[in-house]
Design a protein around this ligand. Structure first.
Ligand code: NDP
Length: 434
């Protein structure tokens, strides 16, 4: 927001974390980050109704709440976003916002999306002649695509639909499959139901062409035709008075990125940290986080070895640390449960109703920011320093501290060297007995 008198930009996020919940919502509203319809939803904490929940899944007995927060300062392809995040883990949102703020000083994130198509597969077996079956499928490609599209005409009417098929023979020991991969443009949807319907539609034709039997017909979550790359350049000379120390940290972040390619124990945790951010936005926007996790971890092993997903390189000559994250990110802006949950609609409102590709770019940028924050902490102060304050807060709440008691218990806990639940309970008892 620009101050009309000074012409200077006012940072609306300064002190945001110290406000109470309703004050924070008011800031979002005053600055048009959220529209009144949706700020009402937040103010009144309107959640998924039990009636809707009961229609969504089986044997329903209630709903389950998680904290919703906001990470500001995300500049993605020159547009600023405040990103809604759902997570139960302390420090994730703080770290993400911190990283986004630092990265925004060097211009933010640049996102590239080459393609956004989904892949599904039909696995066929008991085929009399695999090579001939493969040839015959390719000969009948147009008919197969036509039947796939006839199975889901509404996506064709939206300008999407089945586009291509590829065939592969897989053989291990005495088991062989002929696999037909179908690629489709699913537009704004994630596409699981769309693809599955198309695949079941072409199954009988594939069986008749090959003379074999279909074992299954299902979407693949290895969405390598929906890859999204986010990059950033962090000018390390900008954010510390101690230049030598800052460059040392940048060099160590590069080393940490190399280490995550060499050691599976580190790679797994490195990637967990990336998904701390990614899952939080995927959940807030009502997307299928299991699908995104499965695709992301499979992509981490694409070169035959499970590796850290980000790459950081330090350009010593220009003092620039360059970060890059590529991931399959087939998130949707419609479909599934997206339109059903009022909090999800609120999250979309906060993000200014992005289309599926824009949302995917924001999410991968959040993953890159989260990784930057984790690596920076790990190679400098260590991860626990930042974590302990938030951990102390959780312990205070767990011990039963209420309102202003929470801050007092946190402060006293941090003064001791024993940040544990027993100590939190004792401190609470002490302050209540005073
Ligand atoms: P839907 O079945 O909800 O299909 C998309 C819906 O969005 C359709 O009803 C479509 O309308 C509507 N729509 C409106 N506008 C558009 C647009 N511009 N582009 C595309 N669709 C539009 O969802 P998906 O097929 O995306 O499937 C996702 C769901 O499937 C998720 O809930 C997921 O959890 C689940 N799932 C996931 C699996 C996996 O990951 N392996 C497996 C099985 C299910 P219309 O019908 O008029 O075209």
């Amino acid at each position: 927001m620009k101050n009309p008198k000074t012409g200077k930009q006012k940072n609306i996020w300064l002190g945001f974390h110290k406000k109470d919940r309703l004050e924070r919502i008011a800031i979002l509203k005053e600055n048009n980050i959220i529209t009144p319809e949706f700020s009402d939803i937040l103010e009144n904490n309107v959640n998924l109704s039990c009636d809707t929940a009961g229609q969504m899944t089986e044997n329903n007995i209630g709903t389950f709440a998680l904290p919703l927060g906001i990470a500001p300062y995300f500049i993605v392809n020159d547009i600023e976003y405040s990103v809604p995040m759902v997570t139960e883990e302390p420090s994730v949102i703080a770290a993400c916002s911190y990283a986004a703020k630092l990265i925004s000083k060097s211009g933010g994130f640049t996102v590239k999306i080459e393609n956004r198509k989904m892949i599904g597969e039909v696995a066929l077996y008991d085929i009399p002649d695999f090579d001939k079956a493969m040839e015959d499928i390719l000969k009948n490609k147009n008919d197969i695509l036509r039947i796939a599209n006839e199975s889901y005409p509404s996506i064709v009417a939206r300008g999407g639909g089945a586009e291509n098929i590829e065939v592969k023979i897989l053989k291990e020991g005495d088991t062989s499959f002929l696999v037909v991969y179908l690629t489709a443009d699913v537009k704004e949807a994630m596409g699981a139901n769309i693809l599955n319907t198309m695949l079941e539609g072409i199954k009988p034709l594939l069986e008749s062409i090959t003379g074999g039997k279909a074992l299954m017909a299902i979407l693949s979550n290895y969405a390598v035709n929906s890859l999204v790359t986010s990059t950033c350049e962090v000018d390390f000379s900008l954010f510390s008075n101690d230049k030598a120390q800052a460059f040392n940290i940048a060099k160590k972040i590069e080393m940490a990125s190399k280490f995550s390619k060499m050691d599976i124990f580190r790679a797994t945790t490195h990637n967990k940290g990336i998904f701390n951010g990614i899952d939080a936005v995927v959940i807030a926007t009502g997307n299928d986080w299991r699908a995104i996790e499965a695709g992301g971890h499979a992509y981490a092993v694409k070169d035959g070895k499970y590796s850290g997903l980000t790459e950081w390189t330090f350009d010593e000559e220009n003092n620039i640390l360059r970060g890059k994250l590529t991931l399959p990110m087939p998130v949707a802006s419609v479909g599934g449960s997206i339109g059903l949950n009022p909090t999800v609609k609120t999250a979309f409102n906060i993000l200014n109703n992005p289309d599926a590709k824009t949302l995917a770019g924001i999410i991968v940028s959040v993953g890159l920011a989260q990784n930057f924050a984790a690596l920076k902490a790990l190679v400098s102060t260590g991860i626990q320093k930042g974590h302990m304050k938030l951990q102390a807060r959780s312990l205070a709440l767990f011990a039963g501290a209420e309102n202003e008691e929470v801050d007092i218990v946190v402060e006293k806990l941090l003064e001791t060297n024993h940040i544990n639940s027993e100590n939190a309970k004792n401190i609470l008892k002490e302050i209540r007995n005073k």
